[in-house]
Design a protein around this ligand. Structure first.
Ligand SMILES: [Zn+2]
Length: 193
């Protein structure tokens, strides 16, 4: 599972990747528009239904700080209107002020703060969630990568060490499972799809 405080340590390119995989898993293709980027803001992207290729909504990602302002929301709203789409997603790693939330009411903008987004991601089936986690693993590097892996894998119920994902084709433990890296423990935990 994804822990909430991880969002405070990721940058915009990684957050864009995470939301891309998220929407991909929800059944949408994503195409960037090349417009709308700004401080902490991704360019605006269009979500298309994978099945019938029709445009569904706009999406814009934001990484705090800076905070999402009323101006950001107003610009985004006018963009949604200009492409004649009925809805949009604005997703931030940070928080959303009451003022900003109030501004979006009735405007068909789904605003998600970091906590709400992580809650949504964690409600996905394990196989889809693991794809998002794999994306973070593949995208981030260095000390943050080690931290990210530690934060996303379950802790060993026996000794508390962060468990590693194992994939085998063997007779006895076919498929995926979590394994404790501590050689004196080696606790195995089932992978739940
Ligand atoms: Zn263990």
């Amino acid at each position: 599972m994804l822990k909430k405080d991880i969002l405070s340590r990721i940058d915009l390119p990684i957050f864009i990747e995470i939301t891309r995989v998220f929407f991909d898993q929800m059944g949408f293709m994503i195409k960037p528009t090349g417009t709308g980027s700004g401080p902490g803001l991704s360019e605006v992207e269009i979500l298309f239904h994978k099945l019938n290729k029709t445009p569904f909504a706009l999406c814009q990602c934001h990484v705090a700080p800076p905070p999402v302002t009323v101006d950001v929301l107003d610009r985004y709203r006018s963009m949604i209107e200009s492409v004649k789409l009925s809805s949009g997603y604005l997703i931030t790693t940070g928080e959303l002020s009451e003022e900003v939330r109030a501004r979006g009411v009735g405007k068909n903008i789904t605003m998600l703060d970091g906590k709400e987004f992580v809650d949504l991601v964690n409600k996905m089936p394990q196989a889809k969630l693991s794809l998002i986690i794999d994306t973070i693993r593949a995208t981030v590097t260095g000390s943050f990568r080690r931290l990210a892996i530690k934060e996303m894998n379950p802790d060993c119920p026996k000794c508390g060490a962060p468990m590693g994902l194992q994939v085998t084709e063997g007779k006895h433990r076919k498929g995926k499972f979590w394994e404790c890296p501590d050689s004196s423990c080696n606790y195995i935990k089932a992978w739940v799809d």
